[in-house]
Design a protein around this ligand. Structure first.
Ligand code: UDP
Length: 239
């Protein structure tokens, strides 16, 4: 497979066309951004670590029956992925209250709800990625009610799989974000990265934060912590 022109540059990834119309190359960058680009930095080897973490997690999910856009890791910072039509909203899954939900509703971070919480957010930076509900998503033509049922089912299954995977390496999965796409045959597939940039994970023993909040909140040791997550996960998954 030959890598061709750059199609899109995002905050943390570059997407390249390939000589196969059904495949793209996703390259992970070292850039870290927060608060809509107000805070920016380069974190040495973040691209490499996130590519390894996301590739291992997506392969693990595929092996457990979740359809994803991931095909294979092709070098230290790149993955070969299926071309999909990305749905323009994010699904956030919360096992523990933290971040924007804690702030918006005045709940202490760390409170454990009785149920798993699913949020939908429209991907529109100008509007501040607003929280939407199922009816908004259908009214905006982003998905059908039937697709939303499937999206919640898949997100819940991913949550169960990832919660167990992380627990096995001494990490508590607090919350995470997933995105979906439609493949050419209309199938819903998971279609983005799953890395410490897109989740909250806390060390079970020490409670230490092991995700992007280290960068957002100036907690220090961002690179070392991502490396620790990569080593624990990759060892557990034998890669
Ligand atoms: N998240 C993400 N991308 C976004 C928004 C949120 O990956 O555009 C992740 C975030 O890292 C966290 C979870 O989704 O793990 C919940 O984020 P929250 O709504 O608390 O927003 P935050 O306060 O982190 O911006």
């Amino acid at each position: 497979m030959k890598q061709l022109e750059l199609l899109y540059e995002g905050k943390s990834k570059l997407i390249y066309a390939t000589d196969c119309s059904e495949r793209v190359v996703v390259r992970f960058k070292d850039d870290a951004t927060a608060f809509y680009n107000i805070k920016r930095a380069k974190i040495e080897n973040k691209g490499k670590m996130n590519c390894a973490i996301s590739s291992n997690i997506l392969a693990f999910l595929e092996a457990n029956g979740i359809n994803t856009h991931f095909v294979e890791q092709i070098d230290e910072t790149s993955q070969l992925c299926r071309v999909v039509e990305h749905l323009p909203f994010e699904v956030i899954v919360r096992n523990v209250i933290a971040g924007s939900m804690a702030k918006r509703l005045g709940i202490d971070e760390g409170v454990v709800p009785e149920n798993t919480i699913f949020d939908l957010c429209l991907k529109d930076e100008e509007l501040g990625d607003p929280l939407i509900n199922d009816h908004h998503a259908v009214a905006l033509g982003l998905a059908t009610y039937e697709e939303l049922v499937k999206i919640y089912e898949i997100s819940a299954r991913v949550n169960t799989l990832l919660t167990e995977l992380y627990a096995g390496v001494g990490i508590r999965l607090v919350d995470f974000k997933v995105e979906f796409g439609r493949s050419s045959d209309g199938e819903l597939v998971l279609a983005d990265e799953l890395t410490p940039d897109t989740c909250r994970i806390w060390d079970i023993e020490t409670g230490e934060c092991m995700d992007k909040d280290r960068f957002r909140r100036d907690l220090g040791r961002v690179r070392e912590t991502y490396q620790e997550v990569a080593s624990r996960l990759c060892n557990a998954l034998n890669k």
